[in-house]
Design a protein around this ligand. Structure first.
Ligand SMILES: Nc1ncnc2c1ncn2[C@@H]1O[C@H](COP(=O)(O)OP(=O)(O)OP(=O)(O)O)[C@@H](O)[C@H]1O
Length: 252
């Protein structure tokens, strides 16, 4: 039966990269409730991107299950693909095309018809402040403008669950505000947000539920308020340093 309460349910997840390089997950469990603003934080190399890639089915688990709104992601069904949007850390669009051409391409790929693509494209370019460059080639854009194009592509099909891997890395204050406010607006309208970032003060304003990950293990999960109270900390950064230590991470 489809579980209507959980956006993500990861059960007994086992994963390692071929050749056992990099992070290993062994019996990892994680639940994210529908409608939540969930943040996943951890040091470099902790396994955040790997875990997000397992959530979206981009990587396949060696063991256990990943369910997205009650559907097994390993089946790669059109139904599952329509339910989530993914905003990857690396730019995932065609640099030689314009925002409009990219949104047309990714909108069609997501199964939207021409009319839906046109409506969503106009709406998103307006919300994300890209109207005046709608027909310009993206490779000429600044980092912040490219981040906004990346985000527009991830939400073109209005997904129920939006998974974002460091969506504000390298952007200026204006773009950061615009992106975070847009994410809060999406969440107000029901979109579940699953987000990772190293911008911990930004994350404090966005996330209500928080998980910390280190070396492939979830070492804490609760509401941000409860975690801060439990560890007598007044910031996510303080909590992060207490739970993950102060050493550099040089895993290769
Ligand atoms: N394709 C791959 N093959 C082998 N190892 C990999 C691969 N991708 C990542 N790794 C390794 O797995 C570990 C976890 O990487 P991952 O990108 O998930 O970490 P992260 O928490 O997202 O880090 P960051 O904060 O630096 O983005 C790292 O040691 C990384 O080098």
């Amino acid at each position: 039966m489809v579980n209507n309460e959980l956006a993500i349910k990861i059960s007994n997840l086992g994963f390692h990269y071929p050749g056992n390089d990099g992070v290993t997950f062994s019996g990892l469990n994680l639940k994210v409730k529908k409608g939540e603003r969930f943040g996943l934080f951890g040091p470099n190399g902790a396994g955040k991107t790997t875990l997000l890639s397992l959530m979206t089915g981009l990587l396949s688990a060696n063991q256990g299950t990943v369910e997205l709104l009650g559907h097994d992601v390993s089946r790669h069904s059109n139904k599952v693909n329509a339910l989530f949007g993914f905003v990857p850390q690396d730019f995932s669009f065609y640099q030689e095309m314009s925002p409009v051409e990219n949104l047309e391409f990714f909108g069609a790929w997501a199964g939207l018809n021409r009319r839906q693509i046109k409506t969503r494209t106009d709406e998103l370019l307006h919300i994300l402040g890209l109207e005046n460059v709608r027909n310009k080639q993206v490779d000429k854009f600044s980092g912040g403008m490219k981040r906004r194009v990346n985000l527009a592509i991830g939400v073109i099909h209005d997904p129920s669950v939006l998974i974002l891997d460091e969506p504000t890395v390298g952007v200026d204050v204006q773009t950061r505000h615009a992106i975070i406010n847009y994410l809060l607006e999406l969440n107000k309208n029901g979109t579940t947000l699953i987000y990772t970032s190293h911008q911990l003060s930004e994350a404090e304003g966005l996330c209500e539920e928080v998980a910390l990950i280190d070396s492939g293990e979830i070492i804490a999960q609760n509401t941000l308020t409860e975690l801060l109270k439990e560890h007598s900390k007044d910031s996510l950064e303080g909590l992060f340093l207490e739970l993950t230590g102060k050493e550099y991470r040089n895993d290769v």
